[in-house]
Design a protein. Sequence first.
Length: 84
Amino acid sequence: MANKENGAARPPEGPGAAVPGQGATAAATVSASTVVKIGKGILRGNPAMTAVYMTADGSGFYEESDARNHAATLKDGTVTEVKR
């Protein structure tokens, strides 16, 4: 996730969270409730965001298309939209 202040990558929060592009394809799948929890944490840390798109490995994305592209590299291709 990009940090609004400086555009730097901000990793998803919580257990099982993976940083996109850093071995995310090897990351374990986390439960659906954990994915939502991680997504809610990302939204708390980024108040301007209204939704985040989460993949089964716990990675979060601003854009659904980015989440879908990443999910295509995972064994579980589920993308979950988490809203405020």
